[in-house]
Design a protein around this ligand. Structure first.
Ligand SMILES: [Zn+2]
Length: 248
């Protein structure tokens, strides 16, 4: 299995411990996501020494109004690393507005340009900004991964545009039936699963610190919603992650 989105540098326990526990649970591949320059360096350092761990590097939208947003040249340099396989997470967040919409959009566009220039996939953070996100992505013809997908009303456009749609622990919540219905409509070759560790623990572990091994709970909930066997969805999401991020 693959955990398509974790923040191993933000977890309390050492990455090696989490990677080992994930492997024991059958999760042999993890995408660890940098959220700023130092976090991206940390993500790369973790990917360097752990087999099966790859990094996505970005400056998250919460920092769009800070000096961090001016460091995209450093980001470009870090993205030359062989274990850097994607740009992001990047995008728009209207819930936690630490930066103005204009600042967020400017930083998002800088990531879009980097992904275009380097031919890398983009990992997108979208919190209640469906229309603006769709508009910003419209001219981009590379690979798009919608991380922590949470907008059932956005799924039709995502499917139409052939985006990869990644579901996290919030898709397991009892209140998330509409999200699971949306997940059931994502084509088998475009669905991904993730933990967003250390955040967003799935049922039945809500409220605890999340880790990549827990992706099995999200897989189980989605397999049930899609009416397929766990192993079938596990294999599909694992293969899709390889295709999305260009991994062997
Ligand atoms: Zn994240």
């Amino acid at each position: 299995m693959t955990d398509s989105h974790a923040h191993l540098d933000a977890c309390e326990e050492p990455a090696a411990t989490l990677v080992e526990r994930a492997r024991a649970a059958g999760v042999t591949r993890i995408l660890t996501i940098g959220t700023g320059i130092e976090s991206s360096r940390a993500a790369l350092a973790i990917a360097e020494v752990n087999d099966g761990v790859f990094a996505a590097l970005g400056i998250d939208p919460h920092q769009a109004g800070t000096a961090e947003a001016e460091r995209t040249d450093e980001l470009r340099a870090l993205l030359a690393h062989p274990k850097a396989v994607a740009v992001g997470e990047t995008g728009l967040d209207t819930v936690r507005q630490f930066a103005t919409p204009a600042e967020q959009r400017r930083l998002f566009d800088a990531h879009l340009a980097l992904a275009d220039e380097l031919g890398l996939p983009l990992v997108i953070h979208n919190r209640e900004a469906d229309e603006e996100t769709a508009a910003a992505l419209e001219p981009f013809d590379g690979t798009v991964v919608l991380h922590c997908f949470s907008s059932p009303e956005f799924v039709a456009l995502a499917v139409e545009r052939r985006y990869y749609v990644s579901f996290a622990g919030n898709a397991t919540y009892p209140s998330a039936a509409a999200l699971r219905d949306a997940a059931a409509g994502v084509p088998k070759d475009r669905i991904l699963v993730e933990t967003d560790s250390p955040y967003l623990s799935p049922q039945p572990l809500r409220g605890t610190r999340n880790e990549p091994a827990n992706v099995v709970h999200t897989l189980r909930a989605l397999a049930e919603a899609r009416g397929v066997a766990f192993d079938e969805l596990a294999a599909a999401t694992h293969a899709n992650a390889a295709a999305a991020f260009g991994l062997a």
